[in-house]
Design a protein around this ligand. Structure first.
Ligand code: HEM
Length: 370
């Protein structure tokens, strides 16, 4: 009877004393090390000073504290739903399904900038609107817009530094002027951007405010033509300036309460207006506005007809990542875009894994707007 072959005979394992085998094993080891090094580099372990999404989100937490289950920025908010009725005028600029004539459902969220969900509403708080367009093709479009006309810095590193420089000093409740002066001196775009922002008045509420995407994007139409664009949501409600007396009403949620009450009385609408950039217009610096005479195309109307308290499965669990784009819309070379996408993802991952507390903004469960 034949004897059982040894393992090395059965599988023809080479001998470890063979030099060519050792050389091959060494090569495999080097490849594995290189792969590990690549992962370590991408994760930022080799350069702890490099700005990563984790460090960005740690900075929000350092400034505003950790509020379990809430967004690390724009923590205070309310969910809304409605639709977008495209008029077809966007088709010449972009092949995205959302611009074909017709209506698509929309989910959204109004919010205030800042990482504390319990912050009181205030006259100069930055208001925001995140939207998720859901055309039947499944090619979603998400956008997150704010009500200031330009962003305050052009690069993510500067935003990271500005968050700390503008952290209120516990003694005064205001940012330390010396730290702000040093920040401003190191970031020459900051001063002019603040000037532009201060010269553009805040409206009296969420409903009559204009929301701007600020970062440039690229629209691509069916013929492959690329157009640099920025977009804004322009309200149909009449503008009224912010009244500082409102903040003294004692209602910490006066802006949100007015929005919810307004939606309960009837739908709110905004025009989606696309501004077309010309050669030479900056696309990588959101602190610089494009010249006022640039062509603007009204591509349709957003209708918001329902408000809802943040809860499981509604806008609370959406990440309004500005890089969730359909075919026909692409990012520009603006460095803020990829940083935003990475930071929103980190914030989303942290908050989704945490115990949730009720949102300070509660929509009454009865009535049309609930
Ligand atoms: C480097 C720059 C920026 C950083 C690091 C940053 C960071 C963040 C983070 C962490 C969130 C919370 C995300 C989540 O948990 O879902 C957020 C929300 C938001 N951001 Fe930014 N942001 C930046 C710039 C901007 C700009 C330029 C705009 C507007 C044009 C903007 C508009 C918004 C809006 C509207 C929301 C709230 C979206 C929602 O309701 O979920 N952000 N941001």
């Amino acid at each position: 009877m034949a004897q059982d072959p040894t393992a090395s005979q059965r599988y023809r394992l080479p001998s470890l004393s063979d030099k060519s085998v050792l050389a091959r094993l060494a090569t495999i080891g080097v490849v594995i090390l290189a792969v590990v090094a690549c992962f370590a580099y991408v994760a930022g372990w080799l350069s702890p000073a490099r700005l990563s999404q984790a460090r960005l989100i740690d900075r929000f937490q350092q400034v505003d504290g950790i509020h379990l289950g809430f967004r690390r920025n724009h923590a205070k908010g309310v969910c809304v739903t409605g639709s977008f009725e495209s008029n077809g005028q966007g088709v010449r600029l972009s092949k995205a399904a959302v611009f074909a004539s017709g209506r698509v459902p929309v989910e959204g969220r109004f919010s205030l900038a800042g990482g504390n969900p319990g912050m009181p509403d205030g006259p100069t708080d930055v208001r925001a609107l995140g939207l998720r367009f859901q055309p039947a093709t499944g090619e979603e479009w998400r956008t997150a817009m704010i009500d200031i006309p330009v962003f305050i810095v052009k690069e993510p590193e500067a935003f990271y530094e500005q968050l700390l420089a503008s952290k209120p000093d516990p003694a005064t409740g205001k940012p330390d002027p010396a730290k702000m002066a040093a920040f401003s001196a190191a970031h020459p775009e900051f001063g002019p951007a603040i000037k532009i922002i201060m010269s553009s008045p805040f409206s009296s509420g969420f409903a009559n405010e204009r929301y701007n995407a600020l970062n440039a994007f690229r629209f691509i139409n069916a013929a492959g033509v690329v157009t640099p664009v920025r977009w804004s949501m322009i309200p149909t409600e009449l503008f009224a300036p912010e009244d500082p007396e409102q903040a003294k009403s004692g209602d910490k949620n006066y802006l949100f309460d007015a929005l919810v009450a307004r939606i309960a009385r009837g739908p709110l609408q905004w025009h989606l207006v696309v501004t077309i950039g010309q050669p030479g217009d900056v696309t990588d610096n959101a602190t610089i506005p494009w010249p006022a005479d640039r062509e603007q195309v009204d591509v349709g109307v957003l209708t918001i007809d329902r408000a809802e308290t943040e809860a499981l499965g509604n806008c609370r669990d959406i990440n309004f990542d500005p890089l969730v784009l359909p075919s026909g819309i692409e990012p520009s070379d603006d460095p803020l875009l990829s940083a935003r996408s990475a930071a929103y993802s980190e914030s989303f991952t942290r908050r989704e894994g945490e115990t949730k507390s009720p949102s300070p903004v509660q929509v009454p469960v009865t009535g049309k707007g609930s």
